[in-house]
Design a protein around this ligand. Structure first.
Ligand SMILES: O=C(O)CNC(=O)[C@H](CS)NC(=O)CCC(=O)C(=O)O
Length: 292
């Protein structure tokens, strides 16, 4: 239950298919379910609109931000339900050659409050042959994004970004209380790293972390990890999904941000070192005092 100071967040866990229309149907059904359960803020996963096998098929179905039917429909849905609706990301046309992986925070009037283009591209070869070249199809962003909700400031990131802690520190230093990591993690790397990475980002920043995930075996034969998480600023998991699509909610008390940071003021204690030049000796720093 939300009160004057608390609010209810929902992670919508999806199994996005090859095509935008059925994915929009799935997303809409789950978002309605989340709001029926009392959500004030709803987050969906990375690539909520489609997960495609290859470049040709992806580009056949891409629309620009101006023309995208999913974005239009989600803006209307946010206005209808009077809810903050955060679409973790949509694959959109950026140029004739490139797509963009873009997150949209939509306000309760259906207006786009903020959008963010995924900065870090998942160009990875996993042991066992699974291989990704996100940068072949997607134009990376280069700007971190924050926005103000009625309950505090929110920072926008996507999936593989979670492995770059300096981004989260920068968002926290810019005043964020809530960090968002909509994702489509692989099953293998999810099993190994997902909970640890998300809990670490929460603990390091004293922020809540909201991570809505793709889950299960998709039409494009990819398997994603699921386990959508809501983590509090002390690093405790307060809601968690499993391997199936669904809705996972938690009540958020923003006062917990201040409480965690009072106990462990590591945000204040940072920026204390450079790196000593090994040739010149420890009194000579060859990096300017760095970030974090
Ligand atoms: O391409 C699509 O259809 C949707 N996009 C994704 O699945 C993205 C880029 S390939 N996945 C990740 O970033 C996984 C990161 C990850 O798993 C890790 O950091 O371990």
């Amino acid at each position: 239950m939300s009160t004057d100071t608390t609010f209810t967040t929902a992670m919508v866990q999806m199994r996005t298919g090859l095509l935008p229309e059925p994915s929009l149907e799935q997303g809409t059904r789950l978002i309605r379910e989340a709001v029926a359960q009392g959500a004030d803020y709803v987050l969906t996963p990375e690539v909520s609109n489609m997960m495609q096998l290859n470049r040709k098929a992806l580009f056949e179905h891409l629309a620009s931000e101006e023309d995208d039917k999913s974005l239009k429909a989600y803006r209307a849905l946010a206005a209808e339900l009077k809810v903050h609706l955060h679409i973790g990301s949509l694959a959109l046309r950026y140029s004739p050659e490139k797509a963009v992986n873009r997150s949209f925070l939509i306000g309760p009037e259906g207006n786009v409050l903020a959008s963010y283009d995924k900065i870090h591209m998942f160009d990875i070869d996993l042991p066992g042959g699974e291989s990704y070249r996100e940068s072949a199809n997607y134009q990376p962003g280069e700007t971190a994004v924050i926005s103000d909700l009625p309950w505090g400031r929110i920072g926008l990131t996507i999936c593989y970004d979670v492995r770059f802690p300096a981004l989260y520190r920068a968002l926290a230093e810019a005043g964020a209380s809530f960090l968002t990591v909509p994702s489509a993690f692989t099953r293998k790397t999810g099993e190994a790293h997902w909970h640890t990475l998300l809990r670490a980002r929460a603990i390091e920043t004293g922020c809540f972390v909201f991570a809505a995930a793709q889950a299960g075996l998709h039409e494009n034969k990819r398997e994603t990890f699921g386990h959508s998480l809501i983590v509090d600023p002390w690093g405790e998991i307060i809601a968690e999904g499993g391997g199936e699509p669904g809705v996972f909610l938690a009540e958020i008390d923003p006062a917990k941000v201040e409480a965690a940071r009072r106990t462990i003021p590591s945000l204040q204690h940072g920026r204390r070192f450079g790196i000593a030049d090994p040739k010149a000796g420890p009194e000579h720093l060859h990096l300017v005092r760095g970030s974090a």
